[in-house]
Design a protein. Structure first.
Length: 331
């Protein structure tokens, strides 16, 4: 499920005359909408889908980029916009023995339906984000100010936020007590942290699962899995034999850009982007990097690419702008 409202997240809704089915779309709908875009704009004929870039190299003599792919392509381009998603490389846990496990494994982002059965069309609808943002934005403060007949002080706003946070998390915790029959298990499932300490779940429809006789919760008491053996996992000194381990460990964050992109970029004079950024990212407004002409980084760390087009527009319209950016004609 996407954590951005479908009406904002799914592109080109008006052009395709499409209305999302849910406020927060699930993967099947997002995938179908992506295919509809490809059909509508002829991308199946004019784009290389399901193809990964393996290298980008700047040709100084031709003043253009040479892009190689995992399908043996070699393309030339004067301009390249890299829109690599910042969260796309699955992260595996650094638990000892992970390579020794002899059972089946997969990451949640690469769900193995051949192994588990089922399909990606299963739907779960419910979310608490509207409530969360209503309490954490100025709406609650404005309501309280109207009741008090004056503007709230900074301290009062802070106290209001604390109260809203506690109330929301208390509601989340109470759901575990209401749904899970075993009180010991429900207590172990209750989150005792602030609602934005960890990413809040959209729904809690997984809770009834813990009422099934074939489901067992192994509480690590915050310590995590000690190690992995060829037959299972060890928690609290006890080995639990399992047939399959599913890694719900998210994606790499903060690792090298070229590692997450899956390819290195070779700019002027043979300089690689990995070498230039070895001691930290160096860009102009997060958009370009000197020595890599006509190359645009549009989504390095989760920032919306919308802002980059605004930046280009401002540069072009600025009285002091030359209309060029590292060799790019912006007119």
């Amino acid at each position: 499920m996407c954590d951005v409202e479908s009406y904002c997240y799914l592109p080109l809704l008006e052009e395709l005359a499409y209305m999302p089915k849910h406020k927060y779309s699930f993967a099947p709908e997002i995938f179908e909408h992506s295919k509809a875009i490809a059909r509508h704009f002829g991308l199946y004929d004019n784009a290389c889908l399901q193809t990964s870039v393996s290298q980008m190299r700047w040709d100084d003599d031709a003043a253009q980029w040479i892009i190689s792919t995992d399908r043996g392509d070699r393309m030339c381009a004067h301009y390249v916009a890299m829109a690599n998603g910042p969260l796309n490389r699955p992260k595996l846990p650094g638990i000892g023995g992970i390579d020794a496990y002899e059972g089946h494994t997969f990451h949640t982002s690469r769900w193995d339906y051949d192994y588990t059965g089922g399909n990606s069309d299963e739907d779960l609808v419910s979310d608490g984000w509207t409530d969360i943002f209503r309490n954490l934005t100025g709406i609650a403060a404005k309501t309280a100010a109207r009741k008090a007949g004056r503007r709230l002080t900074g301290r009062e706003k802070g106290e209001l936020m604390e109260l809203a946070d506690f109330q929301k998390m208390n509601t989340v915790r109470s759901r575990a007590s209401e749904i899970v029959d075993d009180s010991e298990i429900s207590d172990a499932l209750k989150p005792w942290y602030r609602q934005f300490c960890k990413r809040p779940c959209f729904h809690d429809e997984y809770l009834p699962t813990f009422n099934r006789p074939n489901v067992h919760l192994v509480d690590t008491d915050g310590r995590g899995v000690e190690r992995i053996t060829p037959r299972g996992v060890v928690v609290g000194g006890t080995e639990y034999e399992v047939d399959c381990i599913v890694f719900a460990t998210g994606f790499e964050v903060g690792t090298a850009y070229t590692r997450r992109a899956g390819y290195d970029i070779i700019g002027r004079g043979g300089q690689t982007l990995s070498d230039k950024w070895a001691d930290g990212v160096k860009t102009l407004h997060g958009l370009t990097s000197h020595g890599f002409p006509n190359g645009f980084f549009t989504a390095m760390y989760g920032a919306s690419p919308i802002k980059f087009f605004r930046i280009l527009d401002e540069w072009r319209s600025s009285p002091r702008s030359t209309g060029r950016l590292d060799g790019i004609d912006l007119s």
